[in-house]
Every structure is written in structure tokens, then in C-alpha cells.
Design a protein around this ligand. Sequence first.
Ligand SMILES: C[S@@+](CC[C@H](N)C(=O)[O-])C[C@H]1O[C@@H](n2cnc3c(N)ncnc32)[C@H](O)[C@@H]1O
Length: 462
Amino acid sequence: MRSRHAPSTAPGSAPLAPLDGLPAIAIAPEWKQQQRLWGHAFHPMCSYLAMFPAGLAHAFIARYTRPGDVVLDPFSGRGTTPLQACAEGRMGIGNDLNPFAHLLTAAKLDPPAWAELVARLAVLRVRWSTESAVWLALGREAVESADLQSVRVPTAGGRDGDAPLPVEVALAFHPDTLGQLLFVRRALDLDERTDRFLGAALSGILHGKSQSYLTEVMPNTFSMAPRYVRDFVARTRFHSPQRDVFACLEMKLRRLYRQGLPPVRGIALLGDARDAGVRTLETLRRRSLPEGARLVVTSPPYLRVVRYGYYNWLRLWLLGFDPGAVDAALDDDHRLDGYLAFLRDVFAGLRPGLADDAVVVAVIGDVEFDRGRRMNGGVGLAETVWEAAAAPEGYRLAGVARDDVAAHRKMTKIWGDEAGRATKTDRILVMATSEAGRRRALVGSALPVDWTWPPRRPLRVV
Ligand SMILES: C[S@@+](CC[C@H](N)C(=O)[O-])C[C@H]1O[C@@H](n2cnc3c(N)ncnc32)[C@H](O)[C@@H]1O
């Protein structure tokens, strides 16, 4: 497709070569040169599929906002953008339709004080010491009868009485670890701030390949299919070593709290990105905050690449969410036309929540393969998204930046080489809601970014 757009440059700098027909913007992916866990210590609370690094959010927060500005992500996932915004003294708002993503985002944006966590953990330990016999017996019964039948166990939070325990859950854990998990899962009230943080941190240590996880039956990045778990356990005669839930959780909490709390408490919304703008505006008004986000940093779902319910089924079991219902609700199953129509609705729906000179940064991955078949229109998807979804809604394009390696690395790690080809290149659309915003985006692109983390002087924002 021939470009209809002149190359964009910061005033006074040389023009850049266009990328796939779109004007390039001079924002180098410096986030790739930072250490792996760059950013606030809450970020690695729990792995999340297709998450972007905190440094990517910082590259735009540092250029395009000041302390006190509102930063929004309508597809917040694990909460990368709003958490990093709060950590830098901005008001971070995250929205997601996936209740698991909302839980992670809310835990990070509205965390308890360390003393509250310690006190709650102490109460849980005392209750465990008096009730453990019952729960340990239940854990043993579940594991011993896993081949024959499933045992009924209390549901998460005790909301719905009891329900059969999936056999694959029983196969994944040591019986004593399972007993402790069943107890904690029943005790936590995820609507409450401290318990929500504990639930989110617990889901982060549920499975992974080291001693800090509660089972090593599967990697930390996502849940292997239930059938894989059954086959793996039978083939390798897998028996999980015993892991103490309280000790592992306490170690995790200490790692998460090593930088203290972010200086600003953010806002996590649960809902469809299509009406995130109106809900953001209402929330800002209710709290007498500035009306409208000055920056959006987001990455919409990839085309039919990730199923957030299915690939998180074990964590969702822990938290009491239904994987099938999650996948049915999310927009991660569109073919190209439906995807573009969806994103157009999203860009239209965002506008009420944006400031007049807002900068909108959208990370769009290429999708070469659709469930194993080469697909048309997936490469250079960012250009198509710009032309079919953002431009018709009146956005102004400042330019597109490329991020080759990060996308390749993250998706290849997840599904192996075949599916790794699903997303090779991320293109980053830098857009604005007005000509003033577009000029702001261009001028900001030339600004140097400070990558010192944690900041030398902790930010104090009241
Ligand atoms: C690529 S991920 C975002 C990852 C995020 N940037 C991070 O760093 O964790 C896309 C997100 O879109 C969410 N999603 C899918 N359909 C949605 C919809 N209609 N409204 C809001 N969120 C949706 C998914 O739950 C997923 O968290």
C-alpha cells in the first residue's frame, strides 16, 4: 500500500524512512537495553501472556506526561502501564474485561500497606494451625482418589458452597500443599484489598520451574492444557515435592515490597475497552481528578493468538473464575474484519476519556499465522489498524516505531518456534487526538529519557 502520509520528524531533525508505508517516528526501543526486571518491583507479581516490559511504558510516560497527569490503558492486562505511571507520580488507570487481569491490575494500583499484609498473613497462619487437620485430610483424599473420581471441595471464597475439584489440580500438587491451597483459597475475600493482593501474589507463585513455586508441573508463563498435565504426570510419574504455601507466599511478598509502595494510588476498571473512555471520565469526575488522560499506552489483544482463560485455567481455578466464560467474553478471537471493526469502536469509545492534546500509543503485533495457517493481512497489521480503525475516528498520526526483538522473544518463548512466528514484529503507533497533540508527540520523541531505576530521590506525591 502506498503511503498517504508525509514522514514525521521532530521539528529540526532529518526525515526518517517510512516503515511499511507509514511515517516513522524517532523513538528507539531503549527499553530493550534495560535489565530484565527494570521498573517497579510489583511488575513481576504474576506472569501474563503478551505483557510488555515496564520500560516500554516508561519510554512514553517520561516523554509525554508530568507528575499528576492521567495515564490510561484500556487493555491493561497485568497492569504494566498504570503501575509504572503510578510509580512515576502519575495517576494510572487500567481497564480490562478479563477478571484475572483486573485482579492483577487492582492489586498493584491499590495495594495494602506492608503492615496490613503481615497482620493478615498472621491471622491466616493462626487459623491454619487450628483447622489444618481437616484441610490436610481433604488434600490427601483428593490426591489419592484423583485417578478414580474427583472430590468435592469448598469454592474460592466459599461463595458457591462446594464443587468437584478438577483431577488435574489434584495431580499437580503435593497433598499437603493442596490442603493449604484449599484452605487459603476458601479464606480469601478477593473484594477486599489485602486479600486481593495475597490472591494475586499467590497466583504468581502457583506454578513454575523452581523452588519458589508451589508446583513444578508446568512453567510459570501460562497453564499447560489439562490433558498435558494428565499425560505428563502418568509418563514421568510426577509427584510434586511439598512446598509450604505460607513460606513461599511470604518470600514472594518480601520480593514485591522491596521498593515500597508506588507514590500514587491508581484506579482499576473492569469492563469493555469499547466504553472505557466514558467510564474513565465518570471515574475522574467522581474523584475531582483532571478530566481526561494525557497519555494512553496500550496493546490490544492479538488476532486469535492468545486465549486468556484457557491458558490460565489453573490460576483461574485458584481465584474462582471460569476459563470458558473469560474466553467467551474477550475480543481475542476475531478474524481481520471483525478485529478492525472492534478496534475502530475502541478508538471511538476512548475519546470521551482523553485530554484535548492526548497522545495515544498502541503496540500492535504482526500475526503471520492464524492457528497454524498463514493468514492474509496479519503482517503490517499496524498500518491496516491505522487506516481502518484510528484514522476514520479522527486521530492524527505522529509516526510508527518498531520493536522487532521483544515481540519475537516473548511469543517464541511461549509456544515454541512454530507459534513464535505468530508475532515477529511489534509496531508502535504514536497518534494524537488533535494537531496540538501530534506536535507534542513529535517534539517529545526527541527528548532524552532517564533510565535510572529506582529513582534517585523517591517521588513524594500527595
Ligand atoms: C495484549 S494484552 C495486554 C497486555 C498488557 N499490555 C500487559 O502488559 O500486561 C490484551 C488484553 O486485552 C484484554 N481484552 C480482550 N478483549 C477486551 C475487551 N473487549 N475489553 C477490554 N479488554 C479486553 C485481554 O484480557 C488482555 O488482557
